[in-house]
Each structure stands twice: as C-alpha cells, then as structure tokens.
Ligand binder design. Structure first.
Ligand code: DGY
Length: 327
C-alpha cells in the first residue's frame, strides 16, 4: 500500500511486521524522547496516518494543522491525549487497543495493594540505607486484606480483573461505582453498585480504573479523601490527574487515609524529590501497568490491525468514534 504512516515510537515488532507486510511506508521517530508537538505536526503533515501513544499531544491545535489525516491509531486503551470531538468533526477515525493490557494492569493494581499494605517499597529502602535492625515485634506493622472491602471506581475490563484477583485471593467484598451499573459484572463478581459517597466511606481499598475525563479529573481530592476510612488504601493505575496530588500527600500526612499505591502520577514523569516517594505507606511505579511482553505485543498487533483493516475494509476492529464511519 502506498500510504505513509508516521510511527511516533519504536512499538513492538509484532504489529510493525504486520504493517510492513502490507507494504505501508513507515517513518519511525527514533529518538528516546517523545516528539514535541511542533515536531509531531511537522512530520504528520507529510503522512496519511498516525500510529501514536499517550504522550503524543493530539489536541485541537494539532487537528487545525493536520486535518488531512485518514486515521489515527493509538497504542493504548486510554485516549485522553486526543481531542476526540475534533477528530470526529473532521471525520478522522481513532483506533485504540482495549483489553490487551487488562491482565497486566490488574496485576500492577493488585501488586501495589499488597505492597502498600505491607510497606514493601519503604522496607526495601531501609535495607539499602543500612537500617535493617533487629526483629521488632511492634515495628513497621502492615495490614491484612482478607475479607476487607474493595471499592472499584470504574468497573470495566481492568476493574473486573482486579476485583477477581481480590475476591479469589482474599475473599474481599466488592463494591463499585460507575456512570451506569453493570448487571453482568455484578453477576460475575457478586459486586454491589453504590453511590460515589458510599464507595468512599465503605472501601478498605479503593482502586481507580476509570478513564480520565472532565468529570473524573481531580475527583479524588481533599473532600473525597476526608470521606474515606483512616485505614483505607488508595490505588490508582488509571491516570494521574484523577487524583489531586497535593491533596493526596496531605491526606496521608494527616491520616485521612492510610496509604497509596500509584502507577500513574501528575505530572509524568514524577520528580525524584516528590514527597510521596519518601512516605512509608506509599508505593509508586513509573506507569508500567501494560508493561509485559504479552500486553505490549498484543497492543502493537491491535494498533496495526486498526490501520490495516481501515485501509483494506473500511472499518477498525477497535474504534473510539464509530460514528465517523457510519456516516
Ligand atoms: C493505556 O493503555 O492507556 C496505558 O496507560 C498505557 O499502556
């Protein structure tokens, strides 16, 4: 195929090979650093399609400059970096890669929950700092998870996997809050739908799995943390701006909640002197939820197939704005 695709990063070969087999003309951004928006626009102007990811800023300014694109294929399940309304207005289909990373991300949420409950990252640092003293019967005590209540904010594909892990490992009671209750998920997990306020006040572990939208931005703020149990663990593997970072730091310092496990921060990357990194009951990872060979290979395949099927058959297996193809 004659089409020119701008590939904004070295994505796994699984998908790239598929595109090469179809003879697309691929241009790779080879630098370690993501493209600036100016670089992205300059390059995209001479291409027909874009294979991009969450750090590429595809906002209204981008679309003003690059309204000619046939398709944008996002290598991620989240697409809050893309102005979907502008893309839809211009008739540009946006592909994404749902479910490829559900197991991997649920593992990170589950792992962070245990790590926070037992202060694992902090205790690891005490060894490095030469502070492994004698057995202390009352020192560094964590909390157990058996029969505790898990609150899921955003019970979708990843939230369901997290709930299953917690149910199977610790027989946890599952509460959730979504825009609309999901009868299927309730049946699968014996989960109970609750209002947001009840999710806050009843959860022992509150795990965030929703998309970042204007409604969810900063929803976990001082007011929300004050409604939570002082013994609660807050876990966010979705998007950093869903929690208000200063309010989270304050909530842990004053004891409004017990601790936090974060795979996402705001901004990313987190600065190495961030106070969260020095707190006993906090574990932070550098946005690696989908970071397994299996997940990334599958994401690459799904992102490539969105482009291939669009050009060959006029549809995308995984599309964010299907209305652009219906019209
Ligand atoms: C996603 O897919 O949205 C993750 O955050 C990155 O893999």
């Amino acid at each position: 195929m004659e089409k020119k695709i701008l590939v904004t990063r070295r994505y796994p070969e699984t998908g790239i090979r598929l595109l090469e087999q179809e003879n697309f003309h691929l241009t790779f951004w080879e630098k370690e650093k993501p493209m600036t928006q100016d670089e992205l626009i300059k390059q995209a102007k001479t291409h027909d399609a874009l294979l991009c990811t969450l750090t590429d800023k595809i906002d209204s300014h981008f679309f003003n400059e690059c309204s000619h694109l046939d398709i944008i294929s996002q290598f991620a399940v989240g697409y809050d970096n893309i102005d979907i309304a502008s893309a839809t207005r211009l008739g540009i289909p946006i592909g994404f890669t749902p479910d490829a990373m559900s197991e991997a991300t649920a593992d990170i949420a589950f792992g962070l929950m245990i790590a926070v409950a037992r202060k694992m990252f902090f205790l690891h640092k005490t060894i490095i700092n030469g502070q492994w003293g004698y057995f202390n019967p009352t020192g560094n005590l964590g909390i157990e998870l058996k029969h505790k209540t898990l609150g899921i904010f955003g019970l979708g594909r990843i939230g369901i996997k997290m709930a299953q892990r917690c149910k199977n490992a610790y027989e946890m009671n599952i509460l959730y809050h979504n825009r609309t209750p999901s009868k299927t998920a309730e049946k699968l997990l014996d989960a109970t739908y609750v209002e947001f306020e009840d999710l806050l006040s009843q959860s022992d572990v509150l795990s965030v799995h929703c998309a970042l939208t204007p409604e969810t931005k900063d929803i976990f703020n001082q007011r929300a943390f004050k409604r939570m149990k002082p013994s609660a663990l807050f876990i966010n593997t979705a998007r950093g701006p869903i929690h208000h970072e200063k309010d989270l730091i304050c909530a842990i310092r004053v004891g409004d909640i017990w601790g936090a496990g974060l795979d996402v921060t705001n901004p990313e990357p987190m600065q190495p002197d961030n106070p969260l990194l020095f707190m006993e009951n906090v574990c932070v990872l550098p946005h690696v939820g989908s970071g397994t060979q299996e997940a990334r290979n599958q994401m690459s395949v799904l992102a490539a197939m969105n482009i291939i099927e669009f050009y060959k058959k006029g549809h995308l297996p995984h599309i964010v704005n299907p209305e652009v193809l219906e019209s």
